[in-house]
Design a protein around this ligand. Structure first.
Ligand code: PRT
Ligand code: ZN
Length: 285
């Protein structure tokens, strides 16, 4: 049977989260990451371990069918591949940063400056759009030390918590792009591989949806039932289970994680008690 070949970063910031997602999708992998090509006994895929920067090229060439990369790498490499799904992890910004002590009034700061980066394509496109002429100095690692050793005036690099910038006496002054892990694929997959990819995306979405929601159980006084149902409408409508005490019912529903604390406060105001909140593993709607 035909298999979908997925390129995954061999070791780095994307590897663990990617394999965790596959695992949650019921896709186990045989053998360790010591091997280049690994099979799944559960699902028609095989995983090809590569350096993240090489993944778009392998997918564009059809050596792999799909791949997981940071959006920044997808944009920087500019290969003939498409984003099929945003995966929501490894979120970061690609930003311009300058020495902390310097005053910053706007992009004019960068006119005629020397900027060190590993992302020259994204940076030069941005500077061109903004009519800034600067000297882009491409280096392959430890970009953050460039200003301190006199190699550059500023840097353009990935920022997550900002602590790397802070400890190198730099400050983030412009966010040029936001990035997260994305699933990329060749635009011309065979019909059978496309079907496997659709099944994979369906599973990924079920996992992502589950993470964004919580299962909630609570005891509600019957006199406020309508108001409580209006607060937690659930996927269709909440389940209502009678309790031995005639004035009360037990209510089961699903609530979005982001509204959670807001909802809890409203439920308490309406007399809800014994509220239990449980994580959901998969959610198919
Ligand atoms: O070896 P290989 O080439 O495969 O990996 P790599 O070293 O090129 O990439 P890797 O594993 O470092 O990152 C893979 C992807 O993770 C990146 O392309 C981004 O899409 C994403 N990502 C998310 C990050 C970060 N967060 C991040 N914080 N990539 C790098 N960083 C760096 C950042 O540049 C800084 O130097 O981590 C450092 C810590 O960041 P702060 O701001 O939290 O201090
Ligand atoms: Zn890399």
């Amino acid at each position: 049977m035909e298999k979908l070949r997925i390129a995954v970063q061999k070791s780095g910031r994307l590897s663990e989260k990617t394999l965790e997602l596959f695992n949650e999708c019921g896709i186990g992998l045989t053998g360790g990451s010591g091997r280049l090509l690994v099979d799944s006994p559960d699902f028609p895929v095989e995983v090809l371990y590569l350096r993240d920067d090489d993944i778009p090229q392998y997918v564009a060439d059809g050596v792999a069918d799909v791949g997981v990369v940071g959006e920044n790498v997808y944009v920087e490499t500019g290969k003939d591949v498409v984003i099929t799904e945003r995966l929501g992890f490894s979120k970061c910004r690609i930003s311009l940063a300058i020495p902390k002590a310097h005053e910053y009034k706007g992009l004019e700061y960068f006119q005629g400056k020397r900027i060190a980066t590993t992302y020259p394509v994204i940076l030069s496109k941005f500077l061109k759009e903004k009519n800034i002429t600067a000297d882009i100095h491409v280096i392959s690692g430890s970009v953050e030390i460039a200003p301190g050793i006199g190699l550059a005036d500023a840097i353009f690099d990935i920022v997550s918590s900002g602590s790397t910038l802070f400890s190198n006496n730099l400050k983030e002054v412009e966010v040029v792009m936001k990035s997260e892990a994305v699933l990329i694929s060749t635009p011309n997959l065979s019909a059978s591989k496309q079907a496997i990819l659709e099944d994979l995306i369906f599973r990924m979405r079920s996992v992502q949806k589950a993470k964004k929601n919580k299962y909630i159980l609570l005891n509600a006084p019957k006199k406020n039932l309508d108001e409580i149902i209006a607060i937690i409408p659930g996927m269709k409508s909440p389940s209502i289970v009678p309790l031995a005490d005639e004035g009360w019912v037990s209510l089961h529903s699903v609530v979005p994680e982001k509204d959670f604390w807001n909802i809890i406060g409203k439920l308490q105001d309406k007399g809800a008690q014994g509220i239990l909140v449980i994580p959901i593993e998969k959610m198919i709607v």
